[in-house]
Design a protein around this ligand. Structure first.
Ligand SMILES: NC(=O)c1ccc[n+]([C@@H]2O[C@H](COP(=O)([O-])OP(=O)(O)OC[C@H]3O[C@@H](n4cnc5c(N)ncnc54)[C@H](OP(=O)(O)O)[C@@H]3O)[C@@H](O)[C@H]2O)c1
Length: 267
């Protein structure tokens, strides 16, 4: 028997990167997957791939900044597969630049997608999970939510908000069968930087370690099989969190090597 056989998994931001890789990995592990994002054409070809490999999947167009769209997503998941066992709040966007020159509109967009998008998704999923009296919310944050780096002030703050949110949910649902986990990837090879160029017109080069989307997806599926409070797909990143808690001033110097750089303006 496959580890996720009979389970239903909803994933936002599944048209690319970590979300798409997680959908494929969850389907291989036996789950029925409901994939959501704004680019429906991409979701449809992902569904076709999963189905041609013998899996079960459904595509739903949803912008996470739109609360009603998330309610429709969860309704469609329940109508199609009967329940929601896991919801992965993965949709997110980045930005790189000095805080004092970050336009307010950019700040607001990052908060709308990364923070409000997580709240909307979680709220809609938890409504279903409470009716079932069980469920697992997995939020894809980032190591920069634990330890901010230069040029990422707003983005890192949105990722920190997700971590505090999950910690609070765990306390709120302690003793029930509703679980919440947070994933803290390091730099990952996805379309994240292309999306920054598309959204905000600049290219960013990341320094420091980089992992594949498939590696992060395996860690997320592992957390579905065996729920844990926090997942560090790159294990050394847990050490960075600990060192930062004990010696934040020293860590200011360490994280300089993990900074990102704007390489060329595409605008
Ligand atoms: N790549 C990294 O280095 C890295 C490191 C740590 C954490 N993360 C986190 O991992 C998550 C996934 O990012 P990724 O690296 O896989 O980036 P990606 O390849 O750019 O994928 C981002 C996904 O989010 C979706 N998305 C963006 N805005 C959306 C919106 N308003 N509504 C619904 N979906 C939206 C995109 O789909 P549509 O455009 O089709 O809507 C896409 O499917 C993010 O939360 C990110 O913060 C990434």
């Amino acid at each position: 028997v496959k580890p996720l056989q009979g389970r239903v998994v909803v994933i936002t931001g599944a048209s690319a990167g970590i979300g798409a890789a997680t959908a494929r990995a969850a389907a291989v592990a036996g789950a029925s997957v409901v994939v959501a994002a704004r680019r429906l054409d991409r979701l449809r070809s992902l569904v076709a791939d999963i189905e041609s490999a013998g899996g079960h999947a459904r595509a739903v167009e949803a912008d996470v900044a739109d609360a009603d769209a998330l309610t429709r997503l969860m309704d469609t998941a329940v109508a199609t597969f009967g329940r929601i066992d896991v919801c992965v709040c993965n949709a997110g966007i980045g930005y790189h630049g000095p805080f004092d020159s970050t336009p307010t509109a950019v700040t607001r967009r990052l908060v709308d997608v990364n923070v409000m998008g997580t709240f909307h998704t979680a709220r809609a999923a938890i409504a279903v999970m409470k009716r079932q009296a069980s469920g697992h919310l997995i939020v894809v944050s980032s190591i920069v939510g634990r330890r901010g780096i230069e040029g990422s002030a707003v983005y890192a703050a949105t990722k920190a908000a997700q971590i505090a949110f999950v910690e609070s949910l765990r306390a709120e649902y302690a003793g029930t069968l509703i679980r919440a986990s947070v994933v803290l990837p390091v730099s990952t090879a996805t379309e994240f930087h292309e999306a920054i160029a598309r959204n905000f017109g600049h290219m960013v080069r990341g320094l420091g370690p980089k992992q594949s989307a498939e590696h992060v997806a395996r860690a997320i599926v592992g957390c579905m099989v065996r729920p844990r409070p926090e997942v560090y797909p790159y294990p050394l990143a847990r050490g960075l969190s600990i060192v930062n808690a004990v010696a934040p001033g020293l860590t200011d110097r360490v994280v300089r090597r993990f900074r990102r750089e704007r390489v060329v303006s595409t605008s």
